[in-house]
Design a binder for this molecule. Structure first.
Ligand SMILES: [Zn+2]
Ligand SMILES: [Zn+2]
Length: 325
C-alpha cells in the first residue's frame, strides 16, 4: 500500500494527465458566458464555498494535518468525506503534503514557498507537478492505518461528483413547473439547472481553490509577523476572513498544535467557533490551546514577557510532538 516516495528526477515536471481535472475545472467556469448566472446559483455558490472551506480548514488542516483536537472514528470519516467535497484530492494526500510544508517551510524542500519558488508556483504550480501528485503515506502513517481513510483518499472524486449531481438536480427542481418550480410565484428563485451547476458548483469550487491556495502563497508574503518562526509566515485579517481563520498563519506556524489559530479575541477564527460548537455536542473534544507561555508573550509576541523560558516555544508545538505522537 505504501507508494514510493517522490522521485527527485521528476521534480518540477508538469503532470499533463493528472492535471486534467484541475484544468477542466477552471475552463468550466467559462460556460457561464453561455448559461448566464442566477441568484439561486450565487446563493448556493456562497453556501458551498463556506461549508467546504470549513471542511478544508477544520477537517483536512486542523484535524488530519495537525491532530489539534480529537474525535470518534465515525466522525473522523465524516470529516474525511466532507473534505473531499472541496475537490482538493483526498485527506491523506492533503495532510501529508501539508506536514511536509511545516517541516520545510520556506526552504528549498518546501513544496510551496512563494519567496523561493515564486508566487505562481506557490499558488498553483506545485499542484500541477508530478512531484507532489502521489500520497506520501510515510508522512501520514497515523491516519493511513485506517482502511476507510485509505479508501476515501483513493475515491476522492466520488463526493465532488455526487455534489455536482445534487446541485444540478436542485437547479432542475427549481426550474421545473412542478412542486419545486417556485419561480412563477417567487421570481428571485428563477434559475436553470445548468446555471445552478456552473455557478453553484463549478465557480464555487474554483473560488474555493484560490481561497485555500492564498494561504500557501499570500500568507507567506503579506501581513504581520508576530513570532520568529524561521520562515516567512504572516498574520492577515483579510486572509483570515477569506479562509475562516487560517489567515493567522504566523500564529499557526509558531504553534501548529493549537486548534485555534486566532490566539487573541480579536483574531477572527470562524473555524474555531464552529469546532467549539461541535465540541458542545460531543462531536469533537480535547481542543488544544496555545501553550500558556505563548499567550503570555501577549500580542507583541515578545518572548521577554513570557513566564516560561525563552526557548523557541516549540515544545509541544511541533508536528512530531503534537500531530505524530
Ligand atoms: Zn505555511
Ligand atoms: Zn498547518
Amino acid at each position: 500500500m505504501i507508494e514510493p516516495i517522490r522521485d527527485k528526477k521528476k521534480d518540477l515536471k508538469f503532470d499533463l494527465v493528472g492535471s486534467i481535472p484541475f484544468v477542466m475545472m477552471h475552463i468550466s467556469v467559462l460556460a457561464v458566458i453561455f448559461t448566464g448566472f442566477s441568484w439561486p446559483g450565487v446563493a448556493v455558490a456562497v453556501v458551498l464555498y463556506f461549508v467546504r472551506m470549513f471542511a478544508i480548514t477544520g477537517a483536512y488542516h486542523r484535524y488530519f494535518s495537525h491532530r489539534s483536537y480529537k474525535t470518534s472514528r465515525w466522525f473522523q470519516f465524516v470529516l474525511a468525506f466532507w473534505g473531499t467535497t472541496a475537490a482538493q484530492k483526498g485527506p491523506l494526500w492533503w495532510a501529508a503534503n501539508h506536514r511536509h510544508h511545516h517541516r520545510h517551510s520556506d526552504t528549498d524542500e518546501d513544496l510551496h514557498s512563494p519567496g523561493l519558488h515564486g508566487l505562481w508556483w506557490a499558488h498553483v504550480g506545485w499542484i500541477t507537478s508530478t512531484k507532489w501528485n502521489s500520497t506520501d503515506f510515510e508522512g501520514i502513517k497515523d491516519f493511513s492505518k485506517y482502511p476507510e481513510l485509505r479508501w476515501i483518499n483513493k475515491q476522492y472524486l466520488l463526493a465532488p461528483l455526487l455534489l455536482a449531481l445534487g446541485v444540478y438536480s436542485f437547479g432542475a427542481l427549481l426550474e421545473s413547473t412542478g412542486t419545486f418550480g417556485l419561480a412563477a410565484t417567487y421570481p428571485f428563485l428563477k434559475t436553470t439547472a445548468m446555471q445552478m451547476l456552473i455557478v453553484g458548483f463549478f465557480i464555487s469550487t474554483v473560488v474555493l481553490y484560490h481561497g485555500t491556495f492564498c494561504i500557501n502563497s499570500f500568507a507567506h508574503l503579506i501581513g504581520a509577523k508576530r513570532y520568529k518562526t524561521g520562515d516567512e509566515s504572516k498574520n492577515s485579517l483579510i486572509l483570515a476572513l477569506i479562509t475562516l481563520g487560517e489567515g493567522w498563519h504566523n500564529n499557526h506556524h509558531y504553534y501548529p498544535g493549537s486548534e485555534r489559530q486566532g490566539f487573541f479575541w480579536w483574531e477572527v477564527d470562524i473555524t474555531h467557533y464552529v469546532l467549539k460548537t461541535f465540541s458542545l455536542f460531543g462531536l469533537v473534544w480535547d481542543l488544544n490551546n496555545p501553550a500558556p507561555h505563548v499567550l503570555a508573550m501577549g500580542p507583541s509576541g515578545n518572548v521577554k514577557l513570557a513566564t516560561a523560558p525563552a526557548q523557541p516555544a516549540m515544545k509541544g508545538a511541533t508536528l512530531e510532538d503534537e500531530a505524530l505522537a
